[in-house]
Design a protein around this ligand. Sequence first.
Ligand code: NAD
Ligand code: UFG
Length: 340
Amino acid sequence: MRVLVTGGAGYIGSHTVLALLDAGHEVLVVDSFANSKPTVIPRLEELSGQHIPVHAFDLRDADKTERLFADERIDAVIHFAGLKAVGESTEQPLAYYENNLGSTFALLRAMERHDVRTLVFSSSATVYGEDAPVPYVENRDHLSSSNPYGWTKVMQEQILADVAAASPGLQVAILRYFNPVGAHESGQIGEDPQGIPNNLMPYIAQVAVGRRERLSVFGGDYDTPDGTGLRDYIHVVDLAAGHVAALGHLAANPEIAVRAWNLGTGQGTSVLEMVHAFERASGVPIAYEIVGRRAGDLPASYAKTERAETELGWRAERSIDDMCADTWRWQSANPQGFPG
Ligand code: NAD
Ligand code: UFG
């Protein structure tokens, strides 16, 4: 298939570009570089040995999006493009609603006009909201969130379901990611947050490499085995493979209009377990202190994984130790992230 990857220069998108090429698909990328650097592209080309056409514009520019679909043959779209920082979304809600919904509107319009019928969408475990019991199951009726970023995912899932119901032939796979971490085993691409990392793994990696002094562990008094929060960390290379599996599943099952799958491991790992795993992988002690809870954090989040296993034939294979070793390879080889 010829697959348009929106946000293909970003963290998960870049790893998925490699997985798609490896599986024999053709890829083209659209990215505004709002949260990524163009220098990722030559690395992807070197790793894959293939030329990757890149269109640098904001998907909300409906004319440019329309022209891209008019000019290029596109069989399927994987839609990663979006803003993703939970805290920032509470400070700039309008920017999040505008960007995340606006890019999806422009994309859906262009897909409709050019009869592109396959879409894989990046959703998040955040749509299970604050009250759902763990492990999270896909057939939960009421989705919600505690922050504007999460609401953009809930709203986009609803929009996609409505559009799919009204568009015979359109197929939408909604993939709800748990906590993507890790990096490509080459150490050439990985997560490169701008500014102070919001998420645990990049923060630990930056402490290990000397860019940050110490990790603040948000809360040591949760009702969990060691008092720190439990999350379902999933290696980004496993996650990327889940997208290839979803494309294949839609192609093999044309009756599917819209369906959601969790992409996680089903295992909860605590903050302190992750700190110690990273110390083992890197050989570097990680300074940390336990501070108060972060607003909006849940004690535990992990996936029920059966649906993806039985239907997509996909399961996460890489361990927490793999996630730490690969993150460290990327971070130690690229202490300041991508150049540029
Ligand atoms: P990322 O920021 O690294 O990648 C997103 C890419 O989209 C960036 O390269 C950015 O420049 C681009 N982009 C943003 N808005 C755009 C627009 N309007 N037009 C064109 N390009 C645009 O993020 P990521 O971690 O790779 O996440 C990818 C997707 O997965 C996002 O939709 C995110 O919400 C979702 N997701 C991420 C996580 C996570 O923890 N990383 C968890 C669940 C869901
Ligand atoms: N944590 C720390 N210190 C830090 C950062 C995180 O102790 O500096 C802790 C958090 O309290 C939490 C765990 O590490 O217990 C994981 O936190 P992350 O910020 O890495 O991940 P979250 O689970 O909070 O957020 C992720 C995604 C969001 C998504 C959310 C819900 O980043 O996009 O899952 O699915 F919305």
